[in-house]
Design a protein around this ligand. Structure first.
Ligand code: NAD
Ligand code: ZN
Length: 366
């Protein structure tokens, strides 16, 4: 089993990944689970229908009362309605400041559960049991959030979990789109940290069809990148911004495609192509890397269709709405070289030019 520690000032915790990680509930985590008065598993209803029994079996010997609250699958759980529903569930069932939550699902369920934990009685403890590849990113670092009709992740807080337990066996039911989504975030971690690793990933013929044996140590590598960044900058004042590589444009694609048409990582993949293009003129990246990346993305089932279906102005207006846009100025995470990210404000004219270049370099790709 793989393990690494995230060492943040007041809240250090471990991340475990392995087929037997839930076994830790009856060893390393028993003391915590037996010290609380009640436990609620907040579970993505789709994931629960497939795998809840695996989690419940591993908690069987815990004497504390454990309730299950299922929430709508995926992004649709990150609403104010579902959030208040969860709070009411906890209140109606007598949960207190000494209770604990377990998030069981992908990044959406994790973000919701984290936000419920952050705010219920001014903050209670929670454990992540992430079930998607993408959640190697979202379950580490303590960002929690729900969406508003006006925008994604507009309400949230920083609240670190007490532990993160990945059972990689649960990945086998992930649909191809969700595998692509999570693998894009893994590639992002490579791009911002390590050229050799990036090249390894870009030359992997099984990138979107990975074996579990290969995947677990790779995810740990991605988590390591994220953990080091979060340890250095928990509240995103400086280097944590690097984790947004591919996201400023990616979020705009996600918004334009109406949240749900494409997965988050698929949109980030388009955003990374855009980031690489901008890094040609603002960094020292070679055009051939961007082209290799675009080819790689396309041959692995990632699409560039949205940028041929919508205008630059449409994406631009969404980019300026992003909560990371400050006073209408758009800052992008770019790469001086692969592994060396930096942040730079890019003027609109240049953004438009890069958009046109991306259109022409992806011409004819679906
Ligand atoms: P998700 O949670 O929406 O899950 C995607 C779909 O996969 C859902 O339909 C879900 O039911 C299904 N699913 C999950 N695990 C499964 C499994 N094992 N088998 C079959 N189906 C499964 O998506 P995600 O990609 O895991 O997470 C995306 C969310 O994470 C977004 O809301 C994003 O904002 C958030 N996020 C947060 C952070 C952070 O730092 N907090 C970072 C990145 C992303
Ligand atoms: Zn992301």
């Amino acid at each position: 089993m793989g393990k690494l520690s995230v060492n943040i000032a007041d809240s250090s915790y471990d991340v475990h990944i392995g087929a037997d990680s839930y076994g830790l509930f009856t060893t390393d985590y028993t003391e915590l689970l037996e010290s609380v008065d009640k436990i609620a598993i907040i579970a993505d209803e789709h994931v629960a229908s497939l795998h809840l029994h695996v989690l419940q079996d591993s908690l069987e010997t815990i004497s504390c009362e454990i309730l299950v609250k299922t929430v709508p699958a995926g992004e649709s759980c990150k609403t104010t309605d579902v959030y208040t529903d969860c709070l009411s569930f906890l209140l109606e069932n007598g949960f207190t400041r000494n209770s604990l939550l377990i998030a069981f699902g992908g990044g959406a369920c994790g973000d919701l559960t984290g936000f419920v934990a952050a705010t219920f009685m001014r903050g209670i403890r929670y454990i992540h049991c992430p079930t998607s590849i993408l959640a190697h990113d979202s379950a580490v670092g303590g960002k929690t959030a729900i969406n508003m009709p006006e925008g994604k992740n507009m309400v949230g807080s920083f609240h670190q979990p007490s532990g993160v337990l990945f059972n990689e066996n649960l990945f086998i039911t992930l649909p191809p789109r969700e595998i692509r989504s999570g693998m894009a975030e893994l590639l992002k971690h490579a791009f911002i940290s390590d050229i050799a690793w990036t090249k390894e990933l870009l030359s992997n013929p099984s990138f979107t069809n990975p074996s579990l044996e290969w995947l677990a140590p790779e995810l740990l590598r991605g988590i390591h990148v994220k953990a080091k960044i979060v340890e250095a900058d928990e509240y995103e004042k400086s280097v944590r911004k690097f984790l947004n590589f591919g996201h400023t444009f990616g979020h705009a694609v996600e918004a334009v495609c109406g949240f749900g048409g494409l997965s988050h990582g698929e949109c980030v993949m388009i955003g990374m192509a855009y980031g690489l293009l901008l890094s040609e003129t603002n960094g020292e990246l070679n055009e051939s890397l961007t082209n290799e990346f675009i080819q790689f993305a396309s041959s692995n089932g990632y699409t560039f269709t949205p940028i041929h279906e919508h205008s630059f102005e449409t994406f631009y207006s969404y980019m300026t709405l992003d909560k990371k846009a400050s006073f209408g100025k758009l800052n992008f995470v770019l790469l001086k070289e692969v592994g060396i990210p930096f942040v730079k404000e890019i003027p609109k004219k240049q953004l438009e030019k890069a958009f046109e270049q991306l259109q022409s370099r992806t011409e004819g790709m679906v």
